[in-house]
Design a protein around this ligand. Sequence first.
Ligand SMILES: [Zn+2]
Length: 277
Amino acid sequence: MFTTSVVTFAVTRAVPRHTLCEHCGAEFVYHLERTGVGTSGFGLADSQEVADAKAVQAAHVDLWRELDTGAEPVPCPECFKYQSHMTEAARAERWGRVRHYGGQALAALPVVAFLTVIVFVVLFPKHTELAVAVVLGTSAVLLLAGALAALVFRFGKCVPNDWPEAYRKAKADELALTRDDFDRALSDGGPYVSDLVAGFEADYAGTPFLWVLPEEIGNEGAVPFDLPDGTEIEVQLSDADDDGVFLSGDRLTGAPDGTRVCLRLFNVYKPPTAASA
Ligand SMILES: [Zn+2]
């Protein structure tokens, strides 16, 4: 009579994460993607539709918490250093590698043990107990060493800025764009505007996207922007602006008549609070 079912809904989104380097002051952007999961149980009292809506809403709350408080280990493209809020993500990245190789070693252990026994039986047919002892001893030592290594990597000190600079530079080249490079490369919105554009492709055709920070809107400043054809214009921001609004006319200094720019907000890191943890 109280049978309940559980509805699960997952939603994935990618955002451009803007970071102001705490070491050198450079502004850079990297790709941040997260999946939010929401569940809701329903019994006889709720309809399927209500349960679905609750799960969808919970998934979006989870998604935005993940996008706001999450971080990827991405070194600054100017000074190749990690931000302090990326330390845990860097540790996870390194731990993931260790776990990957550790898992492979563990998977190989039975095969190695089996082959060792065969070799010993062939070489010393009268001393099979010696083979078993050697295999057991070696396996025990390897497992212990693996467990110790895992503990050190999991709980030891992690200082990603002490990692070799060549590695950090390679990671920065792979994952980060300076803000200027991002503006040039992503003025068509790239993968970050499907939330707005899906279903309205004709309305957005040819409209460049200008990415700004929330405080730049609050400051009502003028920001330089290059139109796709190379024309340099200046965009006057107003604190009434919000994510997704179109700007045109006297808001765009130096732009040809009829030019329209769509304003978008960068994602920025927000430290987790007690409420969001
Ligand atoms: Zn830097």
